[in-house]
Design a protein around this ligand. Structure first.
Ligand code: ADP
Ligand code: MG
Length: 767
């Protein structure tokens, strides 16, 4: 359905983007001796021709142009003020009430009738000009538009010698105000800071302000010794229109600038001096800047318009070109003597005609109305919801923002839900759903904090990014290069943890010192009197990554996997028997590792070896199966080929058919059977291969895990055996369960046992 609102919006869009030429008119001042041979109008009253006789130009015969033709929007000859208004201003004013800015300018030499056109003969009502008529039209239209509340404001600005004067400043007129006015630009447009703008609720008020302004203009011309035809005057009517329909949040604003320009005649050429020269300079400048701006506006390729070169163009920045309706009235004398100035004025007019504008409605939004409307809408929707709920038998639903009690209840629901004591959280409304999610986040972050502080209470947590702390711990041998906790299964856990070296009461150790502290206890060495420095005790994890001479498969495998960050051990390491008693210098790691494998690490090493051999066996089987698969595949291909040959032969000899059944010979039949059998074999072998691959992957994982454990435990054993004080060692020997980071050997997964269990299961499944 199309409402009037839609219609307005559409027409707004349609009007936007339509370019419009500036309307340029010529008004000829009546005279008794009109030079018909020099000034001629076109039949349509839209063109004016100027014809100059060569001999009139002081007898100079040259090739200069002597005839000019100007095409304009209308020539107003002997036109009444009434007709001028109808032709020139009526549409501009009427569109201003629809939100379009409008500018009407009078241009021409002094005495040509600019002020007469713009203001009129104030003493004669019939001869009133555009200004009072425009005010009249505005108020008449307001009266007719009962659907809108429209306010009118006016201001009257004079620009004289590049100074700004407020012609409507407080009476009696005392000249320029203390604080000089300035031209200010903001996104809404250009305005004159300090210029008084007067609200006028009725026609009479507006008229009296206009008269005031005119009077001030005259007074100023006397008291300040300024010539009124030497200044530019801009009378502005500001319109703001709000719909009386309160739901309409949009409102429109517009302004009509009525500009009476200073005389355009070239001054100063006859040797004027002093004040007149100064005036002339300013006028010449401002009018030529106006012309420059207009030329730039007429040039579609120009993107910079020099508006700020003088006060006149700056003040009119948003009223020249742009989005407004623009009209120029060029006032000329209908006299032979003024023909030169007339020509120059007509040239200006024809330049103005090249300018295009893009009139657009100045639409704004009334924030207060918007809020009110939204509040209304909200209340309505709440009512609607209430009705909806009562129809759906949902009575106690509240849609208001939640209070603390309600939020606490949701928090408790979420907690119970997470604990499992609450099966589901009922959905009530959107707000509640959002709050549930919110409380999930709250509970989650609380739990995170709780876990962290629990860990802190129990362990020393070190920030993973705190490299100094990590390296200190690494020095102490508590973490490996990746920051994994030594002895922690697979290095998984909460960041970098250091298990405290605290013993249960009743155990032999009384010291409450941490493991790190204990490590730094001076180590008493036989025959050595000075304690070991941390440097000498270098058991940093990087060195615990082993590289062993390639003695057997295990070791080779290890080297392949662990070389990257390690330095080779010195090859001349001593091979003496190491323990007991503890040697004065620890044995080299490769040597110690051999010992470890025979001693404490024998069980894990056995499992490691066993796992590896299973892995190797599976690999071998996989490779054999692959070979078999390939062989079968080849045979399938050959059989297929043979079958094709048979088939071709059969087709060539002519086919036999019996009751729809194909009759084939025995050879072909046997080939088909063979092919079927091969396919079956292939499928079975392929299935085996897949199973084997899965097993290999798992075995590989266990082998890696065993290797890791073997190395980890070796490190611990190495430290314990050669660096921990002997009194501590006693305690360590008393039970493997308290060994720092040591995982009991029985918890290491044996692949052998695992596979035995699996095979058992498979056999059960097969049965
Ligand atoms: P401008 O403002 O261009 O200097 P004015 O408007 O002051 O010129 O006109 C000068 C004189 O000519 C005034 O006395 C004015 O009344 C008279 N005049 C100008 N145009 C007309 C016209 N179209 N009809 C009658 N008188 C006019
Ligand atoms: Mg004038």
């Amino acid at each position: 359905m199309m409402t009037t609102e839609h219609f307005a919006a559409l027409s707004f869009v349609a009007r936007m983007g339509t370019r419009k030429k500036v309307h340029a008119f010529v008004r000829v001042k009546p005279t008794d001796n009109f030079p018909h041979e020099m000034i001629r109008y076109g039949d349509d009253n839209k063109s004016i021709d100027i014809l100059l006789k060569k001999d009139t130009r002081r007898g100079v015969v040259n090739n200069q142009q002597t005839d000019w033709s100007f095409k304009l929007d209308g020539v107003l000859h002997d036109a009444s003020q009434d007709l001028v208004y109808e032709t020139v201003a009526k549409d501009v004013v009427s569109q201003a009430l629809d939100g379009y800015n409008g500018t009407i300018m009078c241009y021409g030499q002094t005495g040509a009738g600019k002020t007469y056109t713009m203001t009129g003969a104030t003493e004669n009502y019939k001869h009133r000009g555009i200004l009072p008529r425009a005010l009249q039209q505005v108020f008449r239209m307001i009266e007719e538009r009962t659907t809108h509340a429209i306010t009118v404001r006016v201001s009257y600005l004079e620009i004289y010698n590049e100074s700004l004067f407020d012609l409507l400043s407080t009476l009696p007129y005392v000249g320029p105000s203390a604080t000089p006015m300035t031209i200010v630009e903001n996104p809404q447009g250009v305005f004159i800071k300090g210029l008084s703008v007067h609200l006028t609720s009725q026609e009479e008020d507006a008229f009296s302000l206009l008269f005031e302004g005119e009077t001030n203009r005259v007074i100023a011309s006397h008291t300040m010794n300024k010539n009124s035809s030497r200044s530019h005057c801009i009378f502005t009517i500001y319109v703001e229109s709000h719909s009386r329909t309160l739901s309409d949040e949009k409102y429109i604003t517009s302004k009509i600038n009525l500009v009476d320009l200073a005389g355009s005649e070239r001054l100063g050429k006859t040797g004027s001096e002093g004040r007149v020269l100064k005036e002339a300079t300013y006028i010449n400048k401002s009018l030529s800047f106006l012309e420059q701006a207009i030329i730039a506006l007429g040039d579609q390729k120009r993107d910079h318009i020099p508006f700020r070169q003088c006060k006149l163009t700056h003040a009119l920045k948003d009223s020249l070109g742009g989005n407004c309706n623009m009209v120029l009235v060029t006032n000329i004398y209908g006299e032979a003597a003024q023909l030169e100035e007339t020509l120059s004025s007509l040239r200006f007019a024809s330049r103005m005609k090249l300018v295009t504008t893009e009139p657009a409605i100045n639409e704004k939004y009334d924030a207060e109305r918007m809020v009110k409307n939204l509040e209304k809408e909200l209340a309505l929707l709440k009512q609607e919801l209430a009705i909806h709920d009562s129809l759906a038998n949902r009575t106690l639903v509240n849609y208001d923002p939640m209070d603390e009690v309600q939020i606490a209840e949701i928090n408790s629901q979420v907690r119970r839900y997470l604990e499992g004591t609450l099966d589901e959280i009922d959905i009530i409304n959107l707000r509640q759903i959002q709050e549930v999610f919110n409380q999930f986040r709250v509970v989650l972050s609380q739990q995170e904090q709780e876990i962290e502080s629990a860990l802190r209470r129990k362990y020393t947590l070190i920030d993973k990014n705190d490299f100094a702390a990590i390296s200190a711990v690494q020095k102490a041998g508590l973490a490996d290069v990746n920051g994994h906790l030594v002895g922690e299964p697979d290095g998984q856990g909460f960041g970098l943890g250091v298990i405290p070296f605290s013993f249960k009461p009743g155990k032999k150790i009384k010291s409450k010192k941490t493991f790190k502290d204990q490590l730094s206890i001076p180590v008493r060495k036989e025959g050595a009197s000075s304690p070991l420095s941390t440097k000498e005790l270098d058991i940093s994890p990087s060195k615990t990554q082993l590289i062993l001479p390639p003695r057997d498969g295990d070791v080779k495998d290890m080297r392949d996997r662990e070389t990257s960050s390690t330095e080779p051990f010195p090859s001349d390491s001593p091979k003496e028997e190491l323990r007991p008693p503890r040697p004065s210098t620890p044995p080299s790691k490769p040597v110690a590792f051999e010992d470890f494998k025979n001693e404490r690490g024998s069980e894990i090493n056995r499992i490691f070896k066993e796992n590896k051999s299973i892995l190797n066996e599976r690999r071998k089987r996989a490779s054999e199966t692959t070979q078999r698969i390939n062989a079968i595949k080849q045979e399938i291909d050959t059989t297929k080929e043979a079958l094709n040959v048979q088939k071709a032969l059969r087709e060539k000899q002519g086919e036999y058919e019996n009751k729809g059944l194909m009759i084939i010979d025995e050879e072909e039949f046997l080939l088909i059977l063979k092919l079927k059998d091969l396919k079956k074999q292939y499928r079975a072998e392929y299935q085996d291969l897949r199973d084997l691959r899965a097993e290999i992957q798992y075995c590989q994982h266990l082998v890696d895990q065993c290797r890791h454990r073997l190395l980890t435990e070796f490190d611990i054993w190495y430290n314990e055996s050669f660096f921990i004080p002997e009194d501590l060692q006693v305690a360590l020997k008393s039970g493997c369960s308290i060994r720092p980071g040591m995982v009991p050997i029985n918890r290491v997964v044996s692949l052998h046992n695992y596979l035995k269990a699996i095979t058992g299961l498979q056999q059960v499944n097969k049965k």
